[in-house]
Design a protein around this ligand. Structure first.
Ligand code: NAD
Ligand code: ZN
Length: 353
């Protein structure tokens, strides 16, 4: 679990105080990995507390994080600084948070980042790392994984060393997220709830978090009474609870199939999940019905025909990626999942998207 959390509007201002206690020495910098959407945004950058050798690295969230990108960042840090950094601070959405987690792990672990994609392969504790979400829904701020696209697969580094040592939850930071992106990333949280709560891996621990997150999602995306401030506060907590719910159970079909889209077409996580989930009435009837209501209420049009020009080889690549995620299928459909999910079935589902 994340060991330290602060929550509250304006809590981003406490970062300086938090880091002060964690600086190892003047040669051991803090490295801030910041979404480049904030480059030139004084409201954010002027509040990043820089001292000594500390460095801000602006990174685009246009593409999802890659293992090669983590390797390059770690090499840059190791070559540039005499001492190991005091900490890595990720400021942004799931993309930047996952990068920060992965860099913190790879500073203390030998070899290439792709060697650690999987479950519990990390040998040494990561360096101190802090997550500061600026968009809510993925639950990356709380999860024990960092999802990366490698040379062979899109798969997380799942380990006890992955979670942040400190998270700063400041709902003011998510106020300016564009509406479409707010919906897609918010729906990631909603889909986490549905996949967790209907899954065979469910247990009382996951359920308690999943139910709370689902209740918050309904208020945020279907209610009529929330002010923007309330909606931001609640979405931040929904993301946290949704993340806690899947950390102790598993996601399901939308995630398995969306990983295929992401691997082949680069479709981003939030929108990819929406495109898939929209077609999953057969598996999640109640959840998909509410999803369609939310889409309508917020006037969201999802892209269509994204698979229409794909070759047989392309479909096979996506099917291989999706079928590789065995725990997700098992969670969704139980141990006999292969009876329902054949290659032909997946092909026909992808063809609808
Ligand atoms: P993101 O980080 O990719 O950002 C989406 C867009 O929103 C970007 O254009 C970004 O610049 C912009 N943005 C972010 N904050 C903003 C702000 N305050 N104002 C204006 N624009 C802002 O989006 P995401 O949906 O949070 O993250 C997706 C990533 O999260 C994927 O790589 C996915 O694999 C990963 N993920 C990780 C976990 C986990 O547990 N580790 C879980 C789910 C998803
Ligand atoms: Zn997700």
């Amino acid at each position: 679990m994340v060991s330290n959390v602060v929550f509250g509007r304006g809590s981003f201002n406490q970062l300086e105080e938090i880091l002060l206690l964690k600086r190892l020495n003047v040669n051991a910098p803090f490295i801030f990995l910041v979404d480049d959407v904030f480059q030139g945004n004084e409201k954010i950058t002027s509040r990043i507390p820089l001292s000594y050798e500390d460095e801000i690295i602006f990174i685009s969230a246009e593409e999802e994080p890659k293992t090669s990108q983590v390797d390059a960042l770690v090499e840059h840090i190791i070559l540039k600084f005499k001492d190991r950094p005091s900490g890595i601070i990720g400021i942004g959405g799931g993309t930047l948070l996952d990068l920060a987690k992965a860099v913190a792990i790879m500073i203390t672990n030998e070899g290439e980042t792709s060697d650690y994609q999987g479950w519990d392969l990390v040998k040494n504790p990561a360096i101190f790392h802090v997550g500061i979400p600026t968009i809510s829904g993925t639950g990356s701020e709380v999860s024990r994984t960092t999802v990366l696209t490698g040379p062979e697969k899109k798969l997380g580094i799942n380990s006890d060393y992955t979670p942040f040592d400190q998270v700063v939850l400041d709902p003011e930071l998510i106020a300016d997220v564009p509406k479409q992106q707010w919906f897609y990333t918010g729906m990631d949280c909603y889909i986490h709830c549905i996949e967790s709560l209907t899954g065979t891996y469910l247990n009382a621990f996951s359920q308690s978090y999943g139910e709370k997150a689902l209740e918050l999602c309904k208020e945020i995306f279907l209610g009529n009474d929330l002010s923007p401030v309330e909606s931001q506060d609640k979405l931040m907590m929904a993301s946290w609870h949704g993340g806690m719910s899947i950390a102790y159970s598993q996601v399901g079909i939308a995630h398995a199939m969306s990983y295929g889209l992401s691997y082949l077409l680069g479709t981003k996580h939030g929108i990819g999940n929406c495109i898939v989930f929209d077609q999953l009435e057969e598996f999640y009837p109640e959840g998909v019905k509410l999803f369609k209501e939310m889409k309508l209420k917020h006037d969201i049009q999802l892209p269509t025909g994204i698979c229409k020009d794909l070759s047989d080889a392309d479909f096979n690549t996506m099917i291989d990626v999706a079928l590789g995620l065995v725990p997700l299928w098992e969670n969704a459909l139980g141990s006999n999942w292969q009876k329902t999910i054949t290659r032909a079935k997946l092909r026909s589902m992808y063809e609808q998207m």
